[in-house]
Write a protein that binds this ligand. Structure first.
Ligand SMILES: Nc1ncnc2c1ncn2[C@@H]1O[C@H](COP(=O)(O)OP(=O)(O)OP(=O)(O)O)[C@@H](O)[C@H]1O
Ligand SMILES: [Mg+2]
Length: 304
C-alpha cells in the first residue's frame, strides 16, 4: 500500500497543557436512539483533527455535546481540562446549518460583529472593545478587505473566511467547525482548509473540522476522527483509513484505494463518501430555516 504525502504525526503533547478533549466511555442519545456508544479518545492541545463519517454518524451531535447542547447520557467528557459547560468561551463553533447567508445585506464587518453581540459572549462588550475584537478576528483570517463589502456579493470562500472570523472572537482555544466545505468548489475548499490550518498553527489552537470527504483535508490534518455505527476511531490517516477499521465503522465491507496521493473509500465499487453526502450541496444555502442536512438520500450525482 503506498502512503499519501503530507501527513503529520500527532503533535507532541505540550507538557503542562491539558488535553483539548478527553472522552471516556461517552454515550450520546437523541430521541431514544444511541448515536455514540461508549466512545473514548483524547485529542491533544494544538492538533488539527478531521472528523469524518457517513451521514448521521454523529459528527454534529458530538460537537453539540462538547458545547453542552446535547446531554452526555453516560461517561465523561472534558474540554481543555474542564467539564463540559454551555456557553464555554474557550470554544469557537461554526454550525453546519448556516441559513440564508447569501441574501443578507450586511457588510462583512457587521456580519462578524453580529456574533460578538450575540451568543459568543455572555456580557455585552463596550463598543470600542467589540470593534477591536472584530478587527483582530478579521485580521487573523485576512479579511480586512471584506469588511465593507456586502455579504450578498461575496463568494462562498470569502463568506467562509468571515464565518471563521466569527468563530475566533473571544480568542477560543478550541474550534469546532462543522462541514465548512459544504457547497464550496474544490479550489475554494483547498483555500479554506489552508486558511484554517494557518490560523490554527499561528494561534496554537485545537481544531475539529468535519467534512464528508477526506481528500481536501489530507495535507492539513494531524489525525482523523472517524465516526460510524456508534463507534469512533482516532488516529493518523494510515491507522484509521483502512479496510478493516472502516468496514467496522460502516457496518459493511469497505475498500480503501489510494491513487496519486488521494484516498477513495469504496463500498461495492461506489465511492461511499461522495454518494452519501451528494444531496447536501443542493440545499447548503438553505432556502429557509431548517435543516440543510435532512437525511433523505437523494440519488442524484455528486455535483463536483
Ligand atoms: N433532535 C433529534 N432527535 C432525534 N434524532 C436526531 C436529532 N437530531 C439528529 N438526530 C439523528 O441523530 C443522528 C446523528 O446526526 P448528526 O447530525 O450528528 O450526524 P452527522 O454525522 O453530523 O451527519 P451529516 O453528515 O449528515 O451532517 C442522525 O441519525 C440524526 O437523524
Ligand atoms: Mg452533521
Amino acid at each position: 500500500m503506498t502512503t499519501a504525502p503530507g501527513r503529520h504525526e500527532p503533535r507532541q503533547h505540550v507538557s503542562g497543557l491539558p488535553s483539548a478533549l478527553t472522552l471516556t466511555d461517552v454515550t450520546l442519545e437523541l430521541g431514544g436512539r444511541r448515536i455514540l456508544d461508549k466512545v473514548s479518545f483524547t485529542v491533544e492541545a494544538g492538533e488539527f483533527v478531521g472528523v469524518l463519517g457517513p451521514n448521521g454518524a454523529g459528527k454534529t451531535t458530538l460537537m453539540r455535546a462538547l458545547l453542552g447542547l446535547v446531554p452526555i447520557r453516560d461517561g465523561s467528557a472534558r474540554v481543555l481540562g474542564a467539564a463540559v459547560s454551555r456557553g464555554n468561551p474557550a470554544i469557537g463553533y461554526m454550525p453546519q446549518v448556516r441559513g440564508t447567508l447569501a441574501t443578507r445585506r450586511l457588510s462583512g464587518r457587521d456580519f462578524v460583529q453580529c456574533a460578538a453581540n450575540g451568543h459568543r459572549w455572555g456580557m455585552p462588550l463596550r463598543y470600542r472593545d467589540t470593534r477591536r475584537e472584530v478587527d483582530r478576528a478579521l485580521d487573523i483570517v485576512g479579511a480586512m478587505h471584506l469588511a465593507q463589502r456586502p455579504l450578498a456579493e461575496l463568494s462562498g470562500g470569502e463568506r467562509q473566511r468571515l464565518l471563521l472570523a466569527q468563530c475566533l472572537l473571544g480568542a477560543p482555544r478550541l474550534l469546532l467547525l462543522d462541514e465548512p466545505l459544504i457547497s464550496l468548489d474544490p479550489n475554494h475548499q483547498t483555500g479554506v482548509v489552508e486558511l484554517v490550518r494557518r490560523v490554527q498553527r499561528e494561534l496554537g489552537i485545537t481544531v475539529l473540522f468535519s467534512a464528508h470527504e477526506l481528500n481536501p483535508l489530507l495535507n492539513a490534518i494531524d489525525r482523523v476522527l472517524y465516526l460510524g455505527n456508534g463507534s469512533a476511531a482516532l488516529g493518523t490517516v494510515d491507522q484509521v483509513i483502512t479496510a478493516p477499521t472502516l468496514s467496522k465503522l460502516y457496518g459493511t465491507p469497505i475498500d480503501v484505494m489510494r491513487v496519486h496521493g488521494r484516498i477513495f473509500v469504496m463500498s461495492g465499487g461506489v465511492e461511499i463518501e461522495k454518494q452519501d453526502h451528494a444531496h447536501e450541496d443542493d440545499d447548503a444555502h438553505g432556502t429557509s430555516h431548517g435543516h440543510a442536512h435532512a437525511h433523505a438520500h437523494g440519488h442524484h450525482p455528486a455535483h463536483d
